[in-house]
Design a binder for this molecule. Structure first.
Ligand code: PLP
Length: 327
């Protein structure tokens, strides 16, 4: 058993606010018209670090003992998790070290440094960064804050699910970006525990869908990493995955994969129709709806817009109809 309960998610909710914000759930007239459903956008772009990752990071750090806090925390991150951990650690006055691969876009690295954390770059993949982190943990005794495979992180991400249901009790379908599955697992737990009939749709990019491949294989499998507009969905789920794999496998009703061009069109649509700046990883759900690839037939749909941390030049190029070079 995973042992994460609805009570854990409610406890997280009262623990993390502030600094975590109850973000708005706003109607999208364009997507509603297009699909004939009531489609609303959950704007995690409006958290302080510009992404939902603050929820899990704050919940984890506030759950540490005094001794653990004294050691400081370390995280392996493709960007937004690092921002969440750095921000939370700074607010609590503890040291944070963030490890990531050289593939992570520069704006994300700079953003984390600006939040006061120490950044360590190594290798070309999340796995390389993990090896480096393990070494630093041994040497310095830091406490690892995992980006998705952690009880407190999953419970923290799940608080977004409680908020959606508070704002939209008639909800019957939630569409959620999927990578390591902490966000999906937390929200799915919160929603299914409240109403088992709610359908959960996980969306990710064709280029390296680690969780979907793993569910198909029946166990966590490695994934080849490619540059993608959805860089925040990159990386594997960990071959020794303990929590998020089983939760996603058991709670997912439908999965959708989207191409790079479809992700770009999702970003354009969010900007053109709703005036929202969203990063690639946050636009996959919009992409899935635009392509009419969501089969679940619900009328009341929440679409999680998970973050806004995209390089502005890259964003401008996409909005203008182009495709940027991928890093
Ligand atoms: C981390 C992240 C995701 C995916 O979350 P997981 O818990 O790894 O599935 C989606 N969107 C954005 C913007 C992210 O930063």
């Amino acid at each position: 058993m995973h042992g994460i309960t609805l009570q854990d998610i409610y406890a997280a909710k009262s623990r993390i606010s502030p600094p975590v914000r109850h973000t708005p759930l706003i109607p999208s007239p364009y997507l509603s018209e297009l699909t004939g459903r009531d489609v609303r956008l959950k704007l995690e772009t409006m958290q302080d670090i510009g992404a939902f990752k603050l929820r899990g990071a704050v919940n984890k750090i506030l759950s540490l003992s005094d001794e653990e806090r004294a050691c400081g925390v370390i995280a392996v991150s493709t960007g937004n998790h690092g921002r969440g951990v750095a921000y939370a650690a700074k607010r609590l006055g503890i040291k944070a070290v963030i490890c990531m691969s050289h593939l992570v876009p520069k704006n994300k690295v700079d953003g984390i440094k600006a939040l006061g954390a120490e950044v360590v770059l190594s290798g070309r993949s999340q796995d390389d960064a993990e090896v480096e982190a393990a070494k630093l943990i041994k040497e310095h005794g830091y406490v690892e804050v995992h980006p998705f495979d952690d009880h407190h992180v999953i419970a923290g991400q799940g608080t977004a699910g409680i908020e959606i249901l508070e704002d939209m009790p008639e909800l019957d379908t939630a569409i959620i970006p999927l990578s390591g599955g902490g966000l999906f697992a937390g929200i799915a737990l919160a929603l299914k525990a409240s109403n088992p009939d709610i359908k959960l749709v996980g969306v990710t990019m064709e280029r390296g869908p680690a969780m979907i491949d793993s569910i198909a294989a029946g166990k966590p499998v490695p994934v080849e990493e490619f540059p993608s507009l959805a860089d925040s969905l990159g990386g594997g789920i960990g071959l020794d995955n303990k929590l998020s794999f089983k939760l996603c496998r058991d709670l997912i009703d439908e999965s959708v994969l989207v191409s790079e061009e479809e992700i770009a069109e999702g970003m354009r649509t969010l900007y053109r129709e709703d005036r929202i700046v969203a990063e690639g990883g946050a636009s996959v759900g919009v992409a899935a709806l635009l392509q009419k690839r969501v089969k679940s037939s619900g009328d009341h749909v929440a679409l999680l817009i998970s973050g806004r941390n995209v390089d502005m030049d890259k964003h401008a190029k996409i909005i203008a109809g182009g495709m940027p070079e991928l890093e």
